[in-house]
Design a protein. Sequence first.
Length: 131
Amino acid sequence: QAHLVRDALTPGIGRYGSALDEVESSQTPERFHTLRKRVKDLGYQMDFMAKRDPAAGKWLRRRVDRLGELLGWHHDVWLFADRVAAMEELPAVVRHSWERLAEAEGKRVGQRALAKAENLRRAIARKVGEQ
């Protein structure tokens, strides 16, 4: 039954890998958001497959959840930056300070997310290889 899990997850794993490759080639908020969507999709597929094989990678699902939360924070930071940039009523010094803060936090969270995403890719490859 383990091969059923692997076969069912293969499309989601492929889309996740492609989205991660895109982010690694160009780190734009849009590409991070696409990666976040692929992580969510993969998590939903894992939930579905867990009904057929409960032992199939609960620890892997937790990693997917943590990465999804981190990518969600990254998305929120970039939304905040966009909103700050549009707030013409803010004094320039405040807007500039908030923009710098958002940029620094976005880079920090983005780098953490990329590291976790790459670790997840390796963990998935190991898990699929075991089956």
